[in-house]
Ligand binder design. Sequence first.
Ligand code: SAM
Length: 421
Amino acid sequence: MHPKALLDACAELVALVLRLEHPADAVVSRYFRDHRQLGPRERATLAETAYTVLRKKLLFEHLARSGSGPRERRMSILGFAGPRDFLQSALAETERRWRDTCDAVQPQDLMERHRHNLPEWLATALKAQVGSEFMALADSLNRPAPLDLRVNTFQGRRDELREELRRHGIASEPTPYSPWGLRLADKPPLTRLDAFARGAIEVQDEGSQLLCAMVDAKRGEMVVDFCAGAGGKTLALGAAMRNTGRLYAFDVAAHRLDALKPRLARSGLSNVHPAAIAHERDERVKRLAGKIDRVIVDAPCSGLGTLRRNPDLKWRQSLESIQEMQAKQLSILRSAARLLKPGGRLVYATCSLVREENEQVAEQFEQAEAGFLPLKAVEALAPLKLADPGALCAGPEARWLRLWPHRHETDGFFAAAWVRS
Ligand SMILES: C[S@@+](CC[C@H](N)C(=O)[O-])C[C@H]1O[C@@H](n2cnc3c(N)ncnc32)[C@H](O)[C@@H]1O
């Protein structure tokens, strides 16, 4: 594709994602479906340009006040993710000079909001939690995430899979905290690999793997993944149970559970029972009350911990939408808790960064439900034998699991655990 045409396409896509009417990944996929002639490199440039504009929206809007031409074009020039010489040949002389002026702007010349690129309500909420680390956090949220894999230990060992990937020219490092994780140096296409086809690897952020470690599901147990979605955690739990016992995968969205089925078929697990439920008080849930050893509630949430992958979320969420979510999260957690038998473990988790969806829900649960003893995250993580598990924890006596991209290089996650007395 000619550089000028590619820049025009970038501006078109940027205009679509900036409407913020639909999730950016859905807008990008739709654009690619409507433009089937685009090659893999062009797609990569288009998607990364759109994501860079979403990540740095406040800065780019500020810089785009100068220059000329449509605003989306100026934003695309600033966020262009292809080779620099390619961009240069797409620009008019005045645009080149404008881009050079923008490149020369120093961070100290910018207002704070143009450096952190977060909505004010979120910046305030994060500063209150991480204080002087705020800028480091904002920087890491505005960078793309690495690609993490989880090795399906039901099929093979991590070192064996690492070696197999290396033979295909894919470099990886063991993840620092999860014993099942590999972090890739690049983002190669994985679906053509035999290891992927036979379910020996799955894409899963290391933080998400650690939430499963908090559950510590064992052979022969009855386990419920209450908000299973497409089953990222279900698959990890099923492997930890060595394909024994019974693992129920509940979700209200049948189409998400449908996406679990091919992954399940690849994984070789036969202990998983997906079941669509109407709501958290569904009859199916009631029938299992008091019978389950471990329950994880990976609650629907704002997803703000995944800003590295979904930068549009910071512009599509608000404090009001988060407060509305809180009541739903508490209701799901209370229903799910009834499944547990005495001695059973409950884990509440989110990929959110804000207290409203995390500590506040856990605290409200404890006020509403007697009979659940807090299990400190630092203790729930003990089987991993980490050198310093406290580094992953927060709150009084390391009660909560709290993962931050700038500290742990994972997405942002929260988890709390209890034991039913
Ligand atoms: C964070 S996602 C789950 C991601 C999934 N556990 C994974 O690891 O891939 C939250 C899920 O909760 C589901 N959900 C929303 N309301 C629910 C409810 N009342 N009961 C059960 N699941 C619900 C959503 O459909 C969504 O799939």
